[in-house]
Ligand binder design. Sequence first.
Ligand SMILES: Cc1cc2nc3c(=O)[nH]c(=O)nc-3n(C[C@H](O)[C@H](O)[C@H](O)COP(=O)(O)OP(=O)(O)OC[C@H]3O[C@@H](n4cnc5c(N)ncnc54)[C@H](O)[C@@H]3O)c2cc1C
Length: 460
Amino acid sequence: MTEPSGSPVDLVVLGGGSGGYAAALRAAELGMTVVMIEKDKVGGTCLHRGCIPTKALLHSAETVEVIKESAQFGVNGTFESVDMGGVNKYKDKVVEGLFKGLTGLVKSRKIEVVQGHGRLVSPTAVEVEGRTIEARHVLLATGSVPRSIPGLEIDHARVINSDDALGMDTIPGSVVILGAGAIGCEFASVWRSFGAEVTIVEALPHLVPAEEESSSKLLERAFRKRGIKQELGARFEKVEHTDEGVRVHLEGGKTIDADLLLVAIGRGPVSKDLGYEQVGVEMQRGFVMVDAYCQTNIPTISAVGDLIPTLQLAHVGFGEGILVAERLAGLAVTPIDYDGVPRVTYSSPEVASVGLTRKAAEERGYEVVEATYDLAGNGKARILGTAGAVKVLASKDGPVIGVHMVGERVGELIAEAQLITNWEALPGEVAQLIHPHPTMSEAVGEAHLALAGKPLHSHA
Ligand SMILES: Cc1cc2nc3c(=O)[nH]c(=O)nc-3n(C[C@H](O)[C@H](O)[C@H](O)COP(=O)(O)OP(=O)(O)OC[C@H]3O[C@@H](n4cnc5c(N)ncnc54)[C@H](O)[C@@H]3O)c2cc1C
């Protein structure tokens, strides 16, 4: 028997990751009473096992590259070694600092955090640690965990997932990475900088296969130059444990020996045995199904983040969480335009995009025009020594519908491209805006100049 816990609160949130805590913060800001249930740490995957620790590792990796390449800039530095103890200390300090800040924020908004494993028990109640929390509304935000494929067992020693990879205190001599999405490419980038022999295996024909094909090709070229091996269009068959590590078998007979296999083929929703089906929440392949306002088939229950089949990104979780809180508070809300969400792979070089790929645009019936600006013509890119490009797609005689970039630091440029595509600017309108010189952002301006038919520093 569980204890009812008094009068219902306005909102109970199950899961304190990006989606859950964003909803909790916004709901509390709008005057709602909120209880958030978290079995591990508030902040979830992004803060503790995702975005933040990986970006800290990538920064350590970038530091290695800066030291190794310093002579190119006339600075004599000698690279000695990577101290994984030191790298982890730095990474953990960043995470810890943000965790402390977030905990303080949650407390300051008077959100009650209940530590424990929660379970949905009715359309308006969640049970946790022997207590039943009644609420006018329930938000499911239990997130996702790394997936594997049938027959491929993660032993957390030689065959690992991203959670294991983030906890490692040594650098592998060699590693095979299964899956060339953002997570796979980011670890490939880090480990290569740290000195490992890296091979990426991807069943689809390209790295970052969801991106514009030209971006994938630029990343493939850059990774090849960095010595990151790629088996593209190659299907994994099995992994065998050897005395030294693993032997990865691909269909067709090829084998690759390595110390480790990182399985980075995607993440699956956390929705099993949590009472969702019993209460009647509609689900498909483990995902909770929602309408454009993140409401499930049961009006009192909403769901956000990696648990629903939208883009698995922290900022999408934030956006969905805010949308739900505002809807429940009675504010007018607009459905999220998922095409307008920026996507970044923070490898070296970075890949960033917003809007449609050419293929998607053509499938939707657009007549597409495009211009590509090569970073070779950009002063700041030359100073930094980075290669890459900015590609802009527009509908013929119409607005910009997609921007696709590759190069160091382009992740910081995608916010401008986001405004351009989401506000449906015409290439000619963007061409009128003067970009600061010398910055990488000029490449965005130059691509639009070219598309508007008045290229400046390009041969288009
Ligand atoms: C290696 C890696 C790198 C990433 N990098 C980026 C990036 O750079 N940028 C980006 O935008 N996204 C990135 N992501 C994705 C991002 O982390 C997720 O999209 C985001 O965390 C999803 O948020 P969420 O709230 O849906 O779920 P989660 O963050 O997974 O949070 C769910 C929470 O619910 C809790 N929970 C689950 N079940 C229960 C239960 N029964 N009771 C109580 N609590 C429960 C969990 O403990 C967890 O804290 C990365 C992910 C990984 C793995």
